[in-house]
Design a protein around this ligand. Structure first.
Ligand code: ADP
Ligand code: ZN
Ligand code: ZN
Length: 756
């Protein structure tokens, strides 16, 4: 005979309830259908009220007298409520990212029970004035009625028979008690209304409705026809910069809303306050709202509430917007899907694309990923080569919208400038172009690539970075011990170390070193070179405060400045029609991050930066200043040729066994005891090697100290494990943490793992 199965059920989803679930028996024959996260109907309490609960655990051990355990009554076919969908998602996240159930649930239900909603309360007469006057007269004869009398006098003499609750408490010096007792007598009613703290989204951008190009129309039709036919899948909208991706999103959104469904739009945090949100607002009005990290917890809570109450059709936000409690979710859009901000840096370290896929699945929704420079991983899933179950359908926009064309790109070889004794940050060519544009009253963006800016070493004469002889990635400069005086070059992947070099290993030049020029310094140089230009700077320092980005971007879009100088944040999806020149300084620093995705990041950054030029009627030009003009990432970016880039890059990944061709799990051990940190990591490495027995499907790299080996007295060591099968890595992760836990359980350390 089969053993009975029991489900732990909570009746209201909150963290507190998680710890005290009720146990119910799963009816025979339904074992398959009840999963952790499932919604079930249960008899509850003495009267066996029929209510909905959620399964948070399943087991074979009864916790009480078996005879007293009630049975689940009904298992609805599908998760219908948002709460159920989100809970299911949380348990999936727990499995996938190896966090606890509480951490996962806290992530999907981020603000519940934490912030009290702001309420506006009014006190109103419940009877006509004559009755109220009569009651007042009665009160005058009684003791302890002074407060009630004050309230009634005021109400009777007011125009509309109403008082503001909190104002009355102050002005009439009465308490809540006074109101409550009057309400009990039936003389007044207390009405409360939640005030929504809604963000102001009206940027004045009006919604011009464009006639879609054939490519745009084709993309819209593909998605909406699938949707109409009940087909749900993932799409990649690969459109060159300025090809009108947002217009495609809006048309699809319109269709989904007409079908009675709701939409989540993820966009990178940085682009949130300004243009994209404004365009959606212009088109869909009050039915759209926004979430961002500059809003107060209360403001965000209110948007979740509005979503839950069905007041919204669309929510726009960063990755956490995925957890908006929509019951009728029909579409998730992830714009600029290649952005690294879609990966969470805090536990659970989730990837928004994976979670979106899962959420869409639970809800029966479609998923659109959009980018001009898709991640290699996503693009791989559109190819025939990809064998997994999560294949992606490719939709292409190969041209810019009518009236605008892709910019002309020049590469300035900074080694040549160096040889010509031009030691300034501008190549001769860029300097000339800037002057030309200033004379023509057009706008200029100067972009400084901060990624990989500090920490790598390269040669100003030949442009070569110093690389690891084993891994084909750049070595990174570390300062260790002796107050930072002992410097070393280290490989992140295999731990290879070398002394800092005095001369270039490729050409023997002694002009070898790091580059560390801040945006502020560059702003000064721009001003001294072009004293008549109005210059704005945008970086972490100038954009503090609630609407820092929006205000700098707003000024620039109103042409209150000629030149915008800035880092990564100025190239994210903005649309400034008057910008006709983009200068990219230090283009190749991104190649030197010591990461296997370095070429990809570099390519993406260059194409995105170039994409800011010539979005209006006047054609644009781009200058890429680089020490490595022949690197394929630079060349493909200059040609704005994604496919050639992708083909080169994927063969490199295959050759080296990097994702998506293989999977990599990183494991970071941290503790305040350096010996212990090292010992644990070495122990783990030894065991993993034994476990795989030097098979050729897996390889173990390290241990090696983390790039920043020591942070506030905590030592960190890294280990990388490559495998072709992601399931093996998950299994391994659990085994290792169990083994280490058993052996070092009494010591203080932490291990953070991250797959891909
Ligand atoms: P992307 O996100 O692909 O870079 P956008 O969606 O920002 O491009 O569109 C760029 C500009 O082109 C916007 O100003 C938009 O209003 C305009 N646009 C979009 N579609 C069309 C169209 N079919 N015809 C004319 N202009 C369009
Ligand atoms: Zn050199
Ligand atoms: Zn190496």
């Amino acid at each position: 005979m089969n053993r009975a199965l029991y489900a732990d059920v909570i009746v209201d989803i909150s963290l507190e309830n998680l710890d005290k679930p009720y146990q119910y028996r799963i009816p025979e024959g339904f074992e398959e259908r009840v999963r952790v996260g499932s919604a079930v109907m249960i008899p509850f309490g003495r009267g066996n009220r029929r209510i909905k609960g959620y399964v948070v655990g399943i087991g074979t051990e009864p916790k009480y007298d078996v005879a007293k355990i009630k049975c689940i009554r009904e298992i609805p076919d599908k998760q219908v409520t948002a709460a159920g969908q989100l809970l299911e998602l949380a348990f999936w996240m727990k499995e996938r990212y190896g966090c606890t159930a509480n951490e996962a649930i806290k992530t999907v239900l981020p603000v519940k029970n934490k912030v009290r909603a702001v309420k506006e309360r009014t006190v109103r007469l419940a009877v006509d004035r004559d009755k109220a006057r009569a009651f007042l007269a009665e009160l005058r004869g009684k003791a302890n009625a002074a407060a009630r009398i004050r309230v009634l006098e005021k109400l009777v003499s007011s125009d509309d028979g109403k008082l503001d609750y909190s104002e009355a408490v102050k002005k009439l010096s009465v308490s809540g008690q006074t109101f409550n007792s009057l309400a009990k007598e039936g003389i007044i009613v207390i009405e409360s209304e939640r005030i929504s703290r809604n963000p102001d989204m009206n940027t004045g951008i009006h919604a011009v409705r464009h006639r879609l190009t054939d490519e745009q129309q084709n993309a819209v039709d593909t998605v909406t026809k699938d949707f109409g036919n009940g087909v749900r899948r993932t799409y990649l909208l690969h459109g060159v910069t300025g090809s009108g991706k947002t217009e495609v999103y809006m048309s699809v959104i319109e269709h989904i809303i007409k079908a009675g469904r709701q939409v989540i739009v993820l966009i990178p945090e940085i682009a949130l306050t300004y243009q994209n949100a404004g365009r959606l607002y212009g088109r869909f009005g009050d039915r759209v709202s926004i979430l961002n990290s500059r809003m107060s917890a209360g403001e965000r809570y209110d948007q979740y509430k509005r979503a839950e109450n069905g007041e919204l059709d669309i929510i726009i936000g960063p990755r956490s917007a995925l957890f908006t409690p929509f019951d009728r979710l029909g579409l998730i859009i992830i714009d600029e899907e290649h952005e690294s901000s879609y990966k969470s840096e805090i536990t659970p370290r989730y990837n928004a694309i994976e979670v979106a896929f899962q959420r869409a699945n639970n809800a029966g929704a479609s998923l659109i990923l959009g980018s001009a420079t898709p991640s290699v991983e996503t693009y791989y899933r559109t190819t025939a080569e990809y064998g997994g179950s999560e294949s992606v359908k490719l939709l292409e926009l190969s041209k810019r919208v009518p009236g605008s064309s892709l910019p002309v790109v020049h590469i300035a070889d900074m080694r040549e400038e160096f040889k010509k004794k031009n030691y300034s940050i501008f190549s001769e060519g860029l300097k000339e172009k800037i002057q030309e544009r200033l004379d023509g009253r057009e706008q200029i963006i100067l972009f400084i690539n901060r990624r990989g800016y500090a920490g790598f070493i390269s040669c100003r004469n030949c442009g070569e970075p110093v690389k690891c002889p084993h891994c084909d990635v750049s070595l990174t400069l570390h300062y260790t011990g002796n107050g930072g005086a002992n410097a070393k070059l280290i490989c992140h992947y295999c731990g290879y170390e070398s002394e800092p070099l005095k001369t270039c290993p490729s050409c023997g030049s002694k002009y070898i070193g790091g580059f560390r020029q801040g945006t502020q310094k560059i702003e000064e140089m721009v001003k001294s070179e072009f004293p008549d230009a109005r210059v704005l700077r945008m970086d972490a320092d100038t954009t503090g405060g609630k609407d820092g980005h929006a205000s700098v971007l707003g000024k620039f879009s109103k042409h209150e400045a000629d030149i915008l100088v800035g880092t990564q944040m100025i190239i994210k999806g903005h649309d400034f029609p008057k910008v006709t020149l983009v200068g990219i300084l230090a283009a190749d620093t991104a190649l030197n991050t010591g990461d296997y995705t370095a070429s990809e990041k570099c390519f993406q950054t260059l194409v995105q930066a170039a994409g800011r030029a010539g979005r209006g009627r006047t054609p644009g030009e781009v200058f890429i200043q680089t020490y490595r003009p022949s690197h394929f990432a630079v060349l493909c970016a200059a040609a704005q040729d994604y496919k050639t880039f992708y083909n080169k890059e994927i063969s490199f990944r295959k050759l080296m066994g990097y994702p998506p061709a293989a999977h990599v799990m990183s494991m970071m051990t941290a503790s305040d005891d350096e010996e212990l940190t090292k010992a644990i990591t070495e122990d783990a490495a030894r065991n993993i090697r034994l476990y795989f027995k030097e098979s050729d499907v897996a390889s173990v790299i390290g241990p090696a100290p983390h790039t920043v080996a020591k942070v506030s007295d905590v030592y960190r060591y890294m280990l990388y494990i490559k495998h072709y099968d992601i399931r093996e890595l998950k299994l391994l992760r659990d085994k290792v943490s169990e083994y280490i836990g058993r052996k070092y359980g009494d010591r203080k350390y932490s291990i953070i793992t991250d797959i891909d």
